[in-house]
Design a binder for this molecule. Structure first.
Ligand code: TYD
Ligand code: MG
Length: 474
C-alpha cells in the first residue's frame, strides 16, 4: 500500500551544502553545533554553484594547451635561490624556487620565527628585497630577536600587519618585487572580504589564496608560517596544504636542543630530506654532522641501548635507540614510545614472542629515540629488538656496534636500502662492528675494515645476545 507521501512528485532539487567555518567540516543540513568540532554557530550555507558556462568565441585560445615536448628546458629546471642556510636549502630541494609558496608548520615555541628570520636575513645579505610580516609580534620584538641572532643590520623590511589587503599594497609598492616574503603566521591574517574571524577556515583559505596569487604573479617566494594543533596537524583547512608547493614541518622536543626541519610535500624536490639545527643562545645553528650529536653523551655499558645506522633522505644518520623492559604492576602492562611508531614496537614484541619464545607479557616496555629524533624507517626494527633484548636480559650490547635490518612477521631479517652508506657513516664515527641482514652482505658499496655479523632471522640475534650474556656472567 502506498502512502500519499510516496506519491509526491519527485522534483529534482539542487542539494544544499553547509560548511563549518571553524573546522571545514561539511554537512547536508544546517545545525547550531558542528558535529565534527563541537563549535556553536559556525555552520554556514555554501553559496549556490554558478550556472553552466556560456561558450563563446571570445574565450578561444585562453585555456590553451601545449605539447609536453614543447616545454622549454628552463621550466623543467627552475632556477633556485640559495638562502645561504644549507640545511634549509637541502630540505627545499637545493634552494627556494622563485614564485613558489611554502608552508612551515610546527609547535608553538619550537623556533619557526627564529628560523625564518635567519633565512630572511641571509637572503637579504645577497641584495634582494626581503619582507618579514609578523602578525604576532611588534616590529620592536622582531628587532630584539634580530639583535639576539646577530642579524640586526640585515636589510629586511619588517611589518606588523594582519590585513592581507594592506600587506599586498605594501608589497606592490617599491621599485622591485620582494624575492622573499615571510608571513608569520597565516592564522593571524584576515581578508576583509570574508566575514569570519582570523584563524577560521574561511579566513585562512582566503588569505592564503590572495598571498599565493601575488607570489605566482610576481615571482616572489611566499613562506607561510602555520600553527600546529594538538594532534600535530597544521591548524586550518587541509586545503592550504594543497594550495602551496611545499610543506615543511619544524619539529623537535622542547626539552632538547635539536630541531629537525622535515619536508612532507614538495613539488620541486624530494620529501624525505631533513635539516638538522641546534637551538643556541644566539639562534639556530646548522648541524653538519648530526650523527655525532645524536649518539654523543651516551653510556655504552648500560643495558637497553642500541645504535641504529639509519638513512634520512640522502644522508646517513646514527641514532641511539633506548629501551626499558621492567616488571609491571598493572593488569595491562604499559607500552610507551617516544620518537617511533607504537604499532611497529607491538609487532616486534609479538614476533619475539611467537618466533623466538621471548615473552614480555607482564612487563612494561618503554622505547625512546635519543635526541628528539623521529624514526620512520622499518630498517630500525633490528636495533629496536636488540635494545629490547638487552634491557630484558640486563646485558649491554657489544660496544662500538651498529644495527640495522627490517624484521618480517615470519621472524626473518630482511635486507634494507643502502647498507654501504650506513656502514661508512658508522666507520667514520669510530664504530668497529655491525649486525646486519645476511642478505645485505653482497652490496657492492661495503666498506672494508668493519667486523660484520650477519643475521638471517631474529632467533639468530636472540642467540647472539644470550651468548654474550653468559660470557659476561662467566
Ligand atoms: P620562536 O622562534 O619564537 O618559536 P615559534 O615561532 O615556533 O613559536 O622560538 C622561541 C623559543 O626559542 C623560545 O622558547 C626561546 C628560544 N630561543 C633560543 O633559545 N635562542 C634564541 O636565540 C632565540 C631567538 C630563541
Ligand atoms: Mg613565532
Amino acid at each position: 500500500m502506498c502512502s500519499s507521501r510516496d506519491l509526491a512528485p519527485l522534483v529534482a532539487r539542487a542539494a544544499k551544502q553547509f560548511t563549518c567555518q571553524s573546522c571545514g567540516g561539511r554537512t547536508g543540513k544546517w545545525a547550531g553545533r558542528c558535529d565534527d568540532c563541537g563549535e556553536w554557530n559556525t555552520i554556514v550555507e555554501d553559496a549556490a554553484s554558478p550556472p553552466g558556462f556560456q561558450i563563446s568565441s571570445a574565450r578561444q585560445g585562453r585555456g590553451r594547451v601545449i605539447e609536453l615536448t614543447d616545454l622549454q628546458s628552463g621550466s623543467l629546471n627552475p632556477s633556485r635561490l640559495k638562502t645561504g642556510i644549507a640545511e634549509f636549502d637541502r630540505v627545499v630541494g637545493g634552494g627556494i624556487v622563485p614564485g613558489s609558496a611554502l608552508l612551515v608548520g610546527g609547535d608553538p615555541g619550537i623556533g619557526k620565527s627564529t628560523l625564518l628570520l635567519q633565512v630572511a636575513a641571509s637572503v637579504a645579505a645577497t641584495d634582494r628585497r626581503v619582507t618579514y610580516i609578523s602578525g604576532e609580534e611588534s616590529p620592536d620584538q622582531v628587532r630584539l630577536r634580530a639583535q639576539r641572532l646577530g642579524v640586526r643590520e640585515a636589510n629586511v623590511e619588517l611589518g606588523a600587519a594582519t590585513s592581507v589587503a594592506d600587506i599586498l599594497t605594501t608589497l606592490e609598492s617599491g621599485p622591485l618585487s620582494p624575492a622573499l616574503v615571510i608571513i608569520d603566521s597565516i592564522q593571524t591574517m584576515w581578508d576583509e572580504r570574508v566575514e569570519s574571524a582570523p584563524g577560521t577556515v574561511a579566513q585562512v583559505r582566503a588569505s592564503s589564496q590572495a598571498l599565493i596569487r601575488f607570489a605566482k604573479a610576481r615571482d616572489t617566494t611566499m613562506v607561510l608560517v602555520g600553527h600546529v594543533t594538538k594532534d600535530g596537524q597544521i591548524a586550518g583547512p587541509r586545503v592550504v596544504e594543497h594550495m602551496v608547493d611545499a610543506v615543511l614541518y619544524f619539529e623537535g622536543d622542547r626539552g632538547h636542543r635539536f630541531r629537525i626541519l622535515r619536508g612532507v610535500k614538495n613539488r620541486f624536490g624530494p620529501t624525505d630530506e631533513i635539516g638538522v639545527f641546534e637551538m643556541t643562545g644566539g639562534g639556530l645553528a646548522e648541524v653538519e654532522n648530526p650523527s655525532a650529536l645524536f649518539i654523543g653523551g651516551r653510556d655504552e655499558s648500560a643495558p637497553g641501548a642500541a645504535i641504529f645506522a639509519g638513512i634520512e633522505g640522502t644522508r646517513p644518520i646514527l641514532v641511539e635507540i633506548q629501551a626499558l623492559v621492567a616488571p609491571s604492576s598493572l593488569g595491562t602492562p604499559r607500552r610507551a614510545v617516544v620518537g617511533a611508531d607504537a604499532s611497529r614496537l607491538a609487532m616486534i614484541i609479538a614476533v619475539l614472542e611467537a618466533r623466538c619464545g621471548v615473552s614480555m607479557a607482564g612487563q612494561d616496555v618503554y622505547l625512546n629515540i635519543a635526541g628528539g629524533l623521529r624514526i620512520q624507517e622499518p630498517a630500525a626494527d633490528l636495533a629496536v629488538a636488540a635494545a629490547l633484548l638487552s634491557s630484558l636480559t640486563g646485558a649491554a650490547l657489544p660496544t662500538g656496534t651498529v644495527h640495522f635490518g627490517e624484521i618480517s612477521l615470519s621472524g626473518a631479517v630482511r635486507p634494507v636500502a643502502q647498507p654501504g652508506s650506513r656502514l661508512k657513516e658508522a666507520k667514520k664515527l669510530g664504530f668497529g662492528g655491525a649486525v646486519i641482514p645476511a642478505a645485505d652482505q653482497n652490496d657492492s658499496d661495503m666498506p672494508a675494515g668493519l667486523e660484520i655479523s650477519l643475521v638471517e632471522d631474529l632467533a639468530a640475534l636472540v642467540g647472539r645476545i644470550a651468548a654474550a650474556r653468559t660470557e659476561g656472567i662467566d
